[in-house]
Write a new protein. Structure first.
Length: 258
């Protein structure tokens, strides 16, 4: 029995769905879109919520970062990320640390880029996160992330409540307005938010079709009928809130002044 949100079974399933080493949608192409126009070559990068390590490997190997520090709060994903870095021959350029929730354990001005892919949803206090990201960035450094947002500051709709309950993850969704305020009050300039709902609504429909189509018997054999049945239920509920726009993944970006 484990209290980890992302245990080995969940990691294995999500990687089958989203690609080896990825625990959120879009794979390498989405990572590149998040970082489009950000100078990574030779830079020191922090990967918040590094998951099982594919983003860190891509940032170091394909995008040319000098060093990537990946942080996460659960040992199963940290262990998977360390193994992935070692298999890629990048152990000297990728360090994965299990951290406690709260302030980042790094000195001021430690990184050129702070990156995150769909992990800040697990951090309830977006203002504190933004201030910490600003603190550990060097002057001129960039914050570039994707995350899962809710489209408003009102109480979640009954459909959203049901979806979040079905996910059974510690989702702390915030609105675009909350994110923008948090970033600007932390001191970031050139703050930009890009709504990715149209993209993921289409992708999620394809994912649900994959879960319920000809592949389902094989998925049930590999992961168990009960597990896959729960995923079908979750994706069905997620698609409802995506289609109404209440669930709206975004790209979030800001620059620390020189």
């Amino acid at each position: 029995m484990t209290d980890d949100l992302y245990d080995d079974q969940t990691i294995t399933f999500l990687e089958e769905l989203w690609g080896e080493g990825f625990l959120s949608p879009g794979g390498p192409d989405e990572v590149r879109r998040v970082l489009h126009g950000v100078d990574i070559t030779g830079k020191r990068v922090l990967d918040i919520g590094c998951g099982s390590g594919a983003c860190a490997v891509l940032i170091a190997h394909d995008l040319g970062a000098d060093h990537v520090t990946g942080i996460d709060v659960e040992e199963p994903v940290c262990g998977a990320a360390r193994r992935r870095a070692e298999e890629a021959g990048l152990s000297e350029r990728i360090k994965v640390e299990k951290v406690e929730p709260g302030p980042f354990p790094f000195p001021d001005g430690s990184f050129d880029v702070v990156f995150s892919k769909d992990s800040i949803i697990h951090i309830p206090d977006k203002a504190a996160m933004a201030k910490e990201a600003f603190r550990i960035l060097k002057p001129g450094g960039m914050f570039a992330a994707s995350d899962w947002l809710i489209g408003h500051d009102d109480d979640p709709s009954p459909e959203m409540v049901e979806y979040i309950k079905s996910e059974d993850l510690d989702f702390a969704m915030a609105s675009p307005a909350t994110y923008e305020t948090a970033m600007r009050e932390a001191g970031f300039e050139e703050v930009e938010l890009v709504n990715r709902n149209p993209w993921y609504a289409e992708v999620a429909a394809e994912e649900l079709a994959w879960l319920t189509g000809d592949t389902r018997p094989g998925l049930e054999e590999r992961h168990g009928k009960e597990f896959i049945g729960h995923q079908v239920e979750t994706w069905t509920k997620m698609l409802r809130v995506l289609e109404k726009g209440e669930h709206c993944p975004h790209h979030i970006r800001g620059k620390k002044p020189e």
